[in-house]
Design a protein around this ligand. Structure first.
Ligand SMILES: [Zn+2]
Length: 220
C-alpha cells in the first residue's frame, strides 16, 4: 500500500538521513528530499546532499532557514570557540531550541504541496543528545498537531528512533547500501566525507558504531 505513495525525507547528506533516504526509496513509489540551509557548519553539507540526491535521481528541495541564526544565541559564542584546526570553523556550540519542531513542520508543509502523505526523519532517541524535540513522544505529538493544523493525515516515520549507531549501519547493510553510505555521506565536523577526519566527536561516534557493527558481522 505504501508502495503507491509519496514521501518527503528530511535530508542532510549524513549517515543517518542517507540511510533513511534508502529506507524510503525501498518503501515508497515516489521520494523527494528536503535539506534546510541554516548556514550550518559546512556549506559542504548542502553540496553533499545535492550530490547524493542527484546520484539517486531524487528531487531535492533546499529551503532557506537562515532565520534560525537570528534565534540562536550563538553569534558571540561562536567567536569565542577556539579555532584550533588551521582556521577551520568548529561546530557552533549552540543549537536553536525547537529546531526539529521547525524542520518537521516545514517538511510537512512541503509534503502537502507535493501531495505526499509521508515524512521520514532520522531523529533518534537512543543516542539522545539532549534535544527534547528528537524524542519519540514529541514526534508523535507533532504528527497529531500537524494533522490538525492542515486537516490532513500525514504520517511521520522515524526508522532510526530506537537504533544505536551500530544498528543504523546494520540497517544500511540490510538495504544493501552499506558501502555507499560509508563512502559518500558527511558526518565529520571538519567536512571530510566518508570515514572522516577520525578524531572529531562526530567521527568518533560514527566510527564506534561502525567498529561495533563490523565486529558483529565478523563474529558470525
Ligand atoms: Zn571528523
Amino acid at each position: 500500500m505504501e508502495k503507491n505513495e509519496k514521501a518527503v525525507v528530511v535530508f542532510s547528506g549524513g549517515q543517518d538521513s542517507t540511510t533513511c533516504l534508502f529506507w524510503a526509496l525501498e518503501r515508497f513509489a515516489h521520494v523527494e528530499a528536503v535539506t534546510f540551509d541554516y548556514q550550518q557548519r559546512h556549506k559542504q553539507e548542502i553540496a553533499v546532499a545535492k550530490k547524493i540526491t542527484e546520484e539517486l535521481n531524487v528531487t531535492h528541495h533546499v529551503l532557506d532557514m537562515s532565520l534560525l541564526n537570528q534565534l540562536a544565541p550563538s553569534a558571540l559564542t561562536r567567536e569565542e570557540i577556539q579555532v584550533n584546526d588551521g582556521g577551520k570553523e568548529e561546530l557552533p556550540s549552540t543549537f536553536v531550541p525547537g529546531r526539529n519542531l521547525l524542520f518537521l513542520s516545514f517538511a510537512t508543509i512541503l509534503a502537502r504541496q507535493i501531495g505526499a502523505k509521508h515524512i521520514v526523519t532520522g531523529v533518534c532517541e537512543t543516542d539522545f543528545s539532549g534535544y527534547p524535540d528528537c524524542r519519540d513522544v514529541f514526534v508523535k505529538s507533532l504528527n497529531v498537531s500537524l494533522n490538525l493544523s492542515m486537516d490532513d493525515q500525514f504520517v511521520i516515520h522515524t526508522p532510526l528512533m530506537w537504533l544505536d549507531k551500530a544498528e543504523t549501519w546494520k540497517l544500511a547493510d540490510q538495504l544493501n547500501r552499506f558501502a555507499y553510505v560509508r563512502k559518500n555521506t558527511l558526518t565529520c565536523y571538519h567536512g571530510v566525507i566518508g570515514d572522516g577526519c577520525g578524531t572529531c566527536p562526530a567521527c568518533t561516534l560514527r566510527k564506534n558504531g561502525l567498529d561495533t557493527y563490523l565486529k558483529e558481522i565478523e563474529g558470525r
